[in-house]
Design a protein around this ligand. Structure first.
Ligand SMILES: [Zn+2]
Length: 386
């Protein structure tokens, strides 16, 4: 088997029009994404005249793909951080550092030509069966894009997982999400991933619904349906030496009863502490995430949060003594004060992630970002540098 090309296909029209970046096989064993993208591009390349934008298909982990592994040395969807990006320029013994460097340089080329809105869609599949869903950071531009797509949307993943590719694009201020199309080897996953590509063309304004229908895409895909929102509240971390096994066959988003036995970890039972919903249970050997718990977010609260953010309500906080804006997305709050500020209020403003700076201070970061350019690989500085 030959290595797939890094740039699977592209349509470049005008840098002043929106650009869509599709990624597949960031996890090497998730071939459905590759199949979906090839078939999608085969189709749309015949109708270039309908496309009012730029579209790129970028391949992820080439080496892992050849071996049908999720990854070879490191998970390519956990290393888009400052330290790993820096290490990738110095150490090519780690297979994924080579992949990261090569993808980064391709991205740099594409983004340095772009002058308009960027949509980044990272296509994935899961080890267990699931209905399709979206994972993304909680920023207003992301929310506006997914609002009428009709899929469940998961927020707050960034509090549990660092270094996902979607974070890099989000940190640059772009619309960025991961789409999980279904189980790795199911034919339905390829279809779902392809539908998502067409939906992205429509919702980004790159191709009109009429034009998509005229080239054979079912109009039902372009009817707007409200999204359902969930927040991640727990991640079961797994070390390489851990013996972990899920009990039974859980479906994604399945509701759990308090005290229900859901897995075994090193010979001990894992019981659900509350009536949460299970998310991404691990049904394959390789992986650092055993399972997650998620909880539905009420849409009324989301609306309030949007209004608060548009009003720039965080100004109210900075009037309080000791609370300062470190930069556009970071608030510094003294530990003595933080207990008097409702977490929900901070969440509504978009501040989810907290980092301890010293014994008296916490930094809270939010996912809203101002647009900025991707620096050259050698001078990369993570926006998380606080
Ligand atoms: Zn994946």
């Amino acid at each position: 088997m030959n290595k797939p090309d890094r740039l699977i296909a592209s349509i470049e029209n005008d840098p002043n029009l929106p650009s869509i970046l599709f990624f597949c096989c960031i996890h090497g064993n998730e071939k459905a994404g590759y199949e979906a993208l090839r078939s999608f591009f085969d189709h749309i390349l015949k109708h270039k005249e309908l496309i009012k934008g730029n579209i790129y298909g970028i391949f992820g982990n080439q080496e892992a793909f050849l071996h049908e592994y999720r990854f070879v040395d490191k998970d390519l969807n956990r290393i888009w951080t400052k330290s790993h990006i820096k290490a990738s320029t110095q150490n090519h013994k780690v297979s994924e550092y080579f992949e990261l460097e090569d993808i980064y340089n391709s991205l740099y080329d594409i983004l340095s030509r772009n002058r308009s809105t960027v949509y980044s869609v990272d296509l994935h599949t899961t080890s267990g069966p699931t209905k399709p869903f979206i994972v993304m950071n909680d920023s207003l531009n992301n929310r506006a894009f997914v609002r009428n797509l009709g899929y469940p949307v998961i927020f707050n993943v960034e509090s549990y997982i660092e270094g996902a590719l979607l974070n890099l694009l989000n940190d640059l201020g772009h619309i960025s999400l991961a789409f999980e199309g279904g189980e790795h080897y199911s034919a339905a996953s390829v279809k779902e991933l392809k539908i998502f590509c067409y939906k992205t063309l429509y919702h980004s304004g790159v191709v009109s619904a009429e034009d998509l229908v005229s080239i054979g895409i079912d109009e039902k895909y372009f009817r707007s349906k409200p999204a359902k929102y969930f927040e991640m509240i727990f991640r079961q971390d797994l070390k390489p030496t851990d013996q972990f096994e899920m009990v039974g066959n859980y479906l994604n988003f399945q509701k759990l009863k308090k005290g229900e036995r859901i897995a075994t970890l090193n010979g001990r039972n894992v019981l659900s502490p509350k009536s949460y919903q299970i998310f991404m249970p691990l049904y394959q050997k390789k992986g650092e995430d055993g399972f997650f718990y998620v909880r539905r977010i009420n849409t009324f609260k989301l609306k309030i949060a949007r209004i608060l953010r548009n009003w720039n309500a965080e100004r109210i906080l900075t009037i309080l003594p000791g609370i300062n804006k470190v930069n556009f997305y970071t608030l510094s709050i003294p530990k003595a004060i933080v207990k008097f500020i409702p977490k929900r209020f901070l969440f509504a403003l978009g501040y989810r992630k907290s980092v301890e700076v010293d014994s008296d201070k916490l930094y809270f970061t939010k996912q809203e970002r101002k647009l900025r350019k991707l620096p050259k690989l050698k001078s990369f500085l993570s926006p998380y540098k606080v």
